[in-house]
Design a protein around this ligand. Structure first.
Ligand code: BGC
Ligand code: BGC
Length: 719
């Protein structure tokens, strides 16, 4: 449809029809028998009419069902407008990929794009049009269960992932490429900073911090063309995001130039009442529509009160018309007016969903996301070593992670299965997968299994339900019984390789003495195969943490790009009156960017091609990187910067670029980066985004700690 036709269509709609476009209901309303829906219908105070006209649904899938629902819907709709089908496809549809925190650890934008593309294809053939992804909330607190959904603690890295994911989901053109789906970036804004790491809790930070650290990744997704933005549950400076005009009208629409659809998070419009900024649903509707929320997910404040608010002239009808037009534009961008069933195709569903090639990609991407945290040389394993595989995660298929809506655990490859597929020398304990209780029986099974082994692989971690939404923990240690098992096995004197399946950075200080520690996150459907590829050295580990692992929960929030204090510990470590703890170091156990491989990689000869730059020329940074080991290496060369004297206190380092390279055994490469004045800009006191004249430190290395550095000066011609 042409734009004029869309505008005309809005003109033809009654106020009720328009208001219903703004309503999003769950799939149940369309898939269950109407008598089963009487309860929910009355609960929400909805009429058959509302359901007939609600502009979108969430959580419906399956080509046949999607086609049936769309046909019925359009037949019943007076103007034949198609509905929009949305769902959470966060780290895969049926083929499950590593959780986003794992994906973040791959530092592979190519992997992210591929994952998104495959997810979009599987979702689209199943009839979906929109995914509620990417979630790009910056995170600094591993107590928050939703860190598993984020790519990590760094604004720049999150932004790069945001762009790659949007590209992968949406492709070039949603109308012609029906194998793609529209992307919804979330949760706007700063949902990743709840006080105390407790989900849905208050977020309070300076506007400068918001702009500098939290907003850039949403902006990156929007610049990459994300079609929708979802509101967040939290407050921002005292105003809940879902009723926050400043956030949506001024920042998102005016400053970021976003012209797509804004959708509330689940029930968030009505939650304005619980927050205490609206006394009733009517006020909640008023605040949300004025803030610029187009679609209300799963509550009915708009459905009940928007018409009244317009009649009473509290809300201008113009706001409703704009919201409807944006929703129709999205439907049109997806080609739904001409092609209401779009990609939905039951035959292709059979062909592409969980196909061999998707499984293969999932395996490769999962292997890229695995981070080798410790290794005393015990890894990689050799084929004829006798290996006992024990622990609650050993034969567990609970490795998909919390946002695997369509994923099926019984389709997941466990670690034991993956290892048995490679080697005939695997001894299994055949113990149940209990993550919390260790019976004497289980202990003796485990100890017995290890008696004939040369090496022990001990699979520990969290279960899926322990991270994700509404799954915050105040204690980020492994369950006590798992540590007991580790200690018992340590007494055997055999080397223990601990593998971890989990959704957050953990306090693993109790694992001291492990011969190796391998962080596998929730790796998805092909997890066991991918982890075995790493353990046997078929793939050299290349994952690097995108979120710091603290020494203990008391250090939280902990992140690498901290501001300097007036009494930095580093400059005076023996002094009492410096910024430090009495009982733990200031540093992460495993810092941002950290991860080992099976090769020794050496960085040397950092060079800058000039000492002074202006806004008109870039400085060239070169460094030599050499693989001194026997394995092919995928190395992530990281570039950090520090503004030595700024108008505002600047972080001690900030990632501004990275390059992922492949190095054959013995190979040395010269890696080049260019830094321009643009990359030195930051948010000043007056919210201007600009750079300071003066000295900068450039740092290059394999992680945020082991860095070589050199300085240069920025001397702008125009001051
Ligand atoms: C979550 C969102 C999700 C939505 C729809 C909410 O509870 O916060 O991330 O997209 O539900 O399932
Ligand atoms: C303390 C102040 C104290 C001052 C003079 C500083 O180190 O922070 O509270 O008044 O010393 O003793």
């Amino acid at each position: 449809m042409r734009q004029e036709e869309l505008v005309k269509l809005v003109d033809e709609m009654t106020v009720e029809e328009k208001v219903d476009q703004l309503l999003q209901l769950s799939a149940d309303f369309y898939t269950k028998k109407s008598e089963e829906m009487t309860g929910p219908l009355t609960d929400l105070g909805l009429t058959e009419e509302n359901i007939k006209q609600a502009g979108s649904t969430l959580g419906l899938s399956g080509a046949q069902e999607a086609i049936r629902v769309q046909k019925e819907y359009m037949n019943k709709h007076r103007l034949g407008i198609p509905t929009l089908m949305m769902a959470d496809i966060i780290h895969g549809f049926r083929t499950i990929f590593p959780i986003p925190l794992g994906l973040g650890s791959s530092w592979s934008l190519e992997a992210a794009e591929k994952m998104a593309q495959i997810s979009a294809l599987e979702a689209s053939v199943s009839g979906l049009h929109v995914t509620f992804s990417p979630m790009v909330d910056l995170v600094r607190d591993p107590r928050w269960g939703r860190v598993m959904e984020s790519t990590g603690e760094d604004a720049y890295l999150n932004g790069e992932f945001a762009k790659a994911l949007v590209r992968g989901y949406q492709g070039e053109d949603l109308k012609s490429d029906t194998d793609r789906v529209a992307a919804c970036v979330k949760h706007f804004a700063a949902y990743g900073a709840p006080a105390g790491g407790r989900d849905y809790n208050t977020v309070d930070m300076s506007e400068r911090q918001l702009r500098e650290s939290y907003l850039p990744s949403y902006k990156a997704a929007i610049d990459a063309g994300a079609k929708l933005v979802m509101t967040s549950f939290n407050t921002v400076d005292g105003i809940p995001a879902t009723g926050n005009e400043w956030l949506f009208r001024e920042i998102l629409r005016e400053q970021f130039g976003f012209d797509g659809v804004v959708i509330s998070d689940w029930g968030a419009v009505k939650e304005l009442i619980a927050h205490g900024v609206a006394g009733d649903e009517k006020k909640a509707a008023e605040l949300a529509i004025k803030a610029g929320v187009d679609i209300e997910m799963m509550t009915t404040c708009y459905a009940h009160y928007l018409k009244e608010l317009i009649e009473e002239e509290v809300v201008e009808e113009k706001l409703l018309n704009e919201a409807v037009l944006r929703i129709l534009e999205l439907k049109n961008d997806l080609g739904l007016f001409e092609n209401p069933h779009r990609g939905a195709d039951a035959d292709r569903e059979k062909e592409v969903i969980l196909s061999t090639s998707h499984r293969k990609q999932a395996r490769e991407i999962a292997a890229k996301s695995i981070v080798l945290l410790e290794n005393n040389g015990v890894l990689p394993l050799s084929m004829n070593q006798k290996v006992a595989v024990v622990g609650p995660g050993a034969d567990s298929q609970d490795i998909l992670g919390a946002w695997s809506w369509q994923g099926k655990m019984d389709e997941a490859v466990s670690l034991l299965e993956g290892m048995q597929a490679k080697s005939d020398h695997i001894i299994s304990a055949e113990m149940p997968c209990d993550y919390f209780e260790l019976s004497e029986d289980m202990i003796s099974c485990a100890v017995k299994a290890t008696s004939n082994a040369e090496v022990i692989v001990l699979a520990l971690g969290e279960q899926e339900w322990m991270s994700g939404e509404a799954a915050s923990r105040s204690d980020i240690c492994l369950p006590k019984e798992q540590i007991r098992l580790f200690k018992l096995l340590k007494d055997t004197g055999k080397p223990i390789i601990v593998t971890l399946f989990n959704g957050r950075p953990l306090d693993i200080s109790e694992l001291d003495g492990a011969a190796a520690i391998v962080e596998a996150w929730f790796p998805g459907t092909e997890g066991g195969n991918a982890l075995s590829d790493i353990l046997y050295g078929d793939v050299n580990p290349s994952g690097r943490l995108s979120m710091s692992f603290p020494e203990n929960v008391g250090q939280v929030p902990i992140y690498y790009n901290v501001d300097n204090t007036g009494r930095p510990y580093e400059e005076n470590p023996d002094e009492k009156y410096v910024s430090k703890y009495l009982d733990v170091s200031n540093y992460a156990r495993y810092p941002f960017g950290y991860g080992l491989s099976y090769s020794e990689v050496v960085y040397s000869n950092l060079q800058l091609d000039k000492e002074v730059i202006t806004e008109e020329e870039a400085i060239e940074v070169t460094v030599e990187v050499e693989n001194r080991g026997d394995y092919l290496v995928t190395e992530t060369v990281q570039l950090y910067i520090r503004d030595l004297v700024g108008e505002v206190v600047r972080p001690v380092k900030e990632l501004i670029d990275f390059k992922q390279i492949r190095l054959e055994s013995g190979e040395k490469q010269v890696i080049t980066f260019a830094i321009s004045e643009k990359q030195l800009r930051y948010t000043h006191r007056n919210m201007n985004f600009s750079s300071d004249n003066g000295d900068f430190e450039v740092m290059v290395g394999p992680n945020s700690i082991e860095l070589q550095s050199k300085c240069f000066e920025l001397k702008k011609i125009r001051g």
